[in-house]
Structure formats: structure tokens, C-alpha cells
Design a protein around this ligand. Structure first.
Ligand SMILES: Cc1cc2nc3c(=O)[nH]c(=O)nc-3n(C[C@H](O)[C@H](O)[C@H](O)COP(=O)(O)O)c2cc1C
Length: 228
């Protein structure tokens, strides 16, 4: 059943539709989500493939009072210090510039030179854009890139399953920039690397930035076909 309309029989989107419909939501409604929808999505995500079936994902799901407290702690940290996120190599930085223009300029109507408004908008990351439920996705520190692929597959499956039932999401590396806050607030041990957060909820349909559909490059930019 869809979260958007639990009273009607919802027509489930096809896989193609779920892939196309999924997008990053940057303003949620405070409406709580149905726990059974989340549990079902988590059960499907659990079917994701991984190296030697080690199932390297570890997700801490936070809501209610605990989330309110987490947001306050993240916000306090983010207003004091910059997040510890490795910079992008120069050859990729134009993607971030273009995305920033789309999200903050086109979507939120913030002028490039309006640094204060942009700063406030960026700080919304640490409120998880108002989402009522968030996940903090981790992986055992001893694992490497191959296993991070497994965690990525888990995350995408989770996002698609949530999309299928009308829930929206935003993956957030920004919150992983304050690992000490997440560890102390959520009891995440040093044996885990914190990879990202994921905000989950119902979308605020009035917020223009939620209507953005960020374009992708043609496949030729990412794929080579070799025949001879
Ligand atoms: C690993 C990862 C980290 C991300 N971190 C953030 C973030 O911190 N804040 C944010 O607003 N969006 C974040 N995003 C969302 C991306 O900006 C978004 O997926 C991309 O621009 C494509 O847009 P779409 O998700 O709407 O298709 C992240 C996405 C991924 C997969």
C-alpha cells in the first residue's frame, strides 16, 4: 500500500517507474511514516547481493525524540566547524558546481552571492530536511571498496523500495562529516565506518526544489564498448 494514500488501492510502479521517480527530496513533511512500509523495504534491501554474501551494511534507524536530539547535536556542530568530508578531485568539481546551481539557485531561488541564505540552506542537511525517519549507513572498518559496492547495492534497493510505496528519500554524505556526533548520539562503535545518512519521509509538494530532476550524462561518458 502506498504511504501517500493508504485508503485507496495503490497501483505499484514498475521497476522502471520507481527508478525514474526516485529523486532527492530536500524538504519533508513532519508526518510520521508507516513502520510496516519501512520494515518491508528493509526486508527487500536485505536481499541485495554482496561479496561472499557478507551483507556488509549496517543501518541505524532513528526517529522520535532520539532524532530531535541528534538534529540538535549535528546542528550545533555544523554551526561551529566544517564537516570532515574529503574534497572532490578537480576533474569532478564541475558536477558539484552545476548541482549547487540547480538545487540552491533554480530550486530554492538563492542567488550565488547570497552566502548567508546558502549557508542556512546547507545547514538543513543537518536537520535531515525535516524527515521524520533517518538511517545512518555504516560498514565494518576492515572492509574495502568491493564491500562498499555491496552497501551501495543495499542502499539503492532500499531507496527504490521506499519510492515504490510513495516514500521519498535523500542520501546525505554531509552528515557523515560529523562522525563523532553520530557516534556519541547513536552509540555507533569505532569498528564501523560511517558512510552516509538517508532521510526518509513524505515529500513537501509545495517546495520547488523537490520538483528538480537532475540530468545525467549520456551513457557514452561512462561506458566503453570494445569489440575488436
Ligand atoms: C552517496 C551520496 C551522498 C549524497 N549526499 C548528499 C548530501 O549530503 N546532501 C544532499 O542534499 N544531497 C546528497 N546526495 C544527493 C545527490 O546530490 C543526488 O543523488 C544527485 O544530485 C542526483 O540527484 P537525484 O538523487 O535527485 O537524482 C547524495 C547522494 C549520494 C548517492
Amino acid at each position: 500500500m502506498s504511504a501517500k494514500d493508504a485508503s485507496k488501492t495503490a497501483i505499484e510502479p514498475t521497476l522502471d517507474e520507481a527508478i525514474k521517480n526516485r529523486h532527492s527530496t530536500r524538504k519533508f513533511l513532519p508526518t510520521p511514516i508507516q513502520q510496516d512500509l519501512l520494515i518491508t523495504a528493509l526486508q527487500f534491501a536485505q536481499l541485495s547481493p554482496s561479496n561472499s554474501n557478507i551483507q556488509p551494511w549496517h543501518l541505524t534507524v532513528v526517529s522520535g525524540q532520539r532524532l530531535i536530539k541528534l538534529k540538535a547535536a549535528l546542528n550545533a556542530a555544523a554551526t561551529k566547524t566544517n564537516p570532515n568530508i574529503p574534497p572532490l578531485p578537480d576533474t569532478f568539481s564541475h558536477f558539484r558546481t552545476e548541482l549547487g546551481y540547480q538545487v540552491y539557485g533554480v530550486g530554492m531561488g538563492i542567488a550565488r552571492e547570497d552566502r548567508e541564505s546558502r549557508r542556512e540552506a546547507v545547514l538543513r542537511n543537518y536537520e535531515f530536511f525535516g524527515a521524520p525517519v533517518v538511517g545512518i549507513l555504516c560498514m565494518d572498518k576492515r572492509l574495502g571498496a568491493v564491500d562498499a559496492m555491496g552497501v551501495g547495492m543495499y542502499l539503492q534497493t532500499l531507496l527504490l523500495e521506499l519510492t515504490k510505496v510513495g516514500l521519498e528519500t535523500c542520501v546525505e554524505v554531509s552528515v557523515a562529516g560529523y562522525p563523532e556526533v553520530l557516534r556519541s548520539e547513536l552509540g555507533i562503535g569505532d569498528e564501523l565506518d560511517i558512510l552516509c545518512g538517508v532521510a526518509i519521509g513524505l515529500e513537501d509538494g509545495e517546495f520547488r526544489a523537490n520538483e528538480l530532476r537532475i540530468a545525467r550524462q549520456p551513457i557514452e561518458k561512462n561506458v566503453v564498448f570494445l569489440e575488436k
